[in-house]
Design a protein around this ligand. Structure first.
Ligand SMILES: Nc1ncnc2c1ncn2[C@@H]1O[C@H](COP(=O)(O)OP(=O)(O)OP(=O)(O)O)[C@@H](O)[C@H]1O
Ligand SMILES: [Mg+2]
Length: 329
């Protein structure tokens, strides 16, 4: 059985189609990622799956239950870590977990054991009696992960689990996420706009942009489908275009782009292609000032499907202003 099924899931805010006929399936025990830039529709999709928002169109099933018909039952069987922190800052870490467990009807004796084991798991047991307002951002995130697991959910939803955290803390949280699946067999649905996170953690990734899924597969397959390596060649020569078309005519490069005197060539195997590139450049008298290559990343996959990089799409002022405004609402 699939843990999550979405069929044509759609959400509109006025004119804006925030989630636009999205369909996908998440297998039981899978770590499934929703990767996309700010405003892509990740949180809105989650909010429909966790039954906080009703879809305008389409249907979804979580743990085999219809979100339209069985919201209460779904909520008992899932754990959620929201994008914005939602712990009580005046209470201690332990108290936050206790209240959550009581709300979920976990029997008190097993709740005590569960809290201890989860706080040890996320390395917070020593801080159990400290008010959350004295926790760091990473500690709050870890507490929220522990809290989401109190009632042993089958499916865990994590909305941007490592947003704004430093690299070490992010890596630590990745370890916890992998451990949760290993220890409890939990299905994990996470959203992120970090490519490294999706690549490292996810069995499969859906790339979402402007409310639509533009690609869905394992990170390896998405990358492999781009075809081989990318070679970057710098030169001040005005014959770069000629060089590029020569290399693609011979079939060496499957695709190329020239941006600011930098030639990007898609080749099957960069180490084999290098000598031929040098040879062709020599023939045309193109002086290479720098050459490098890399295996494509999920970032290149995003670029391929959307025509812009994940970073560009994040950086705009308009986008940033929009987020600030939305967070204040
Ligand atoms: N309550 C709302 N009212 C109006 N528009 C909304 C509302 N919530 C979200 N939106 C808009 O819907 C679109 C998708 O938003 P959503 O929060 O789902 O994106 P996201 O992928 O989670 O982005 P982020 O990375 O910023 O969290 C955005 O354009 C956003 O401005
Ligand atoms: Mg979001």
């Amino acid at each position: 059985m699939d843990a999550i099924v979405a069929e044509n899931l759609t959400k509109r805010f006025g004119e804006l189609v925030a989630v636009d006929h999205v369909s996908f399936k998440v297998k039981q025990g899978e770590i499934f990622g929703f990767l996309g830039p700010n405003g892509a529709g990740k949180t809105t999709t989650i909010s429909m799956l966790i039954t906080l928002r009703k879809p305008d169109e389409g249907e979804a099933w979580v743990a085999g239950l219809s979100v339209a018909k069985k919201p209460a039952e779904i909520r008992r069987r899932i754990g959620v870590v929201f994008q914005d922190p939602s712990v009580d800052r005046e209470l201690t870490g332990w108290e936050n977990l206790w209240i959550h467990g009581v709300i979920y009807g976990v029997p008190k004796n097993s709740l005590r054991r569960r809290i201890r084991s989860l706080m040890e798991f996320v390395d917070l047991w020593e801080k159990k009696d400290t008010p959350v307002k004295h926790y760091s951002g990473g500690m709050v995130r870890r507490l929220e992960i522990a809290r989401a697991l109190i009632h042993e959910p089958e499916i865990l939803f994590l909305d941007e689990p490592t947003l704004g955290l430093d690299p070490q803390t992010r890596a630590k949280i990745w370890d916890y996420i992998e451990d949760i699946r290993r220890r409890e067999g939990t299905t994990i649905f996470l959203t992120t706009h970090y490519m490294d996170e999706a690549e490292r953690l996810c069995d499969r990734v859906a790339i979402i942009d402007h409310g639509r899924i533009v690609a869905l597969d394992t990170p390896e397959n998405l990358i492999r489908r781009l075809g081989g390596d990318v070679v970057y060649l710098h030169s001040s020569s005005d014959r770069l275009e000629e060089l590029a078309s020569m290399l693609s005519e011979t079939g060496l490069a499957s695709d190329y782009k020239i941006i600011d005197g930098k030639l990007m060539l898609s080749v099957r195997d960069a180490s084999k292609a290098m000598p031929e590139i040098f040879e062709a450049a020599r023939k045309l008298g193109v002086k290479i000032s720098e050459i490098s290559y890399k295996r494509p990343s999920l970032g290149d996959v995003f670029l391929h499907y959307t025509g812009r990089s994940l970073r560009d799409s994040e950086g705009s002022w308009k986008e940033t202003a929009r987020i600030v405004v939305r967070r204040r609402r």
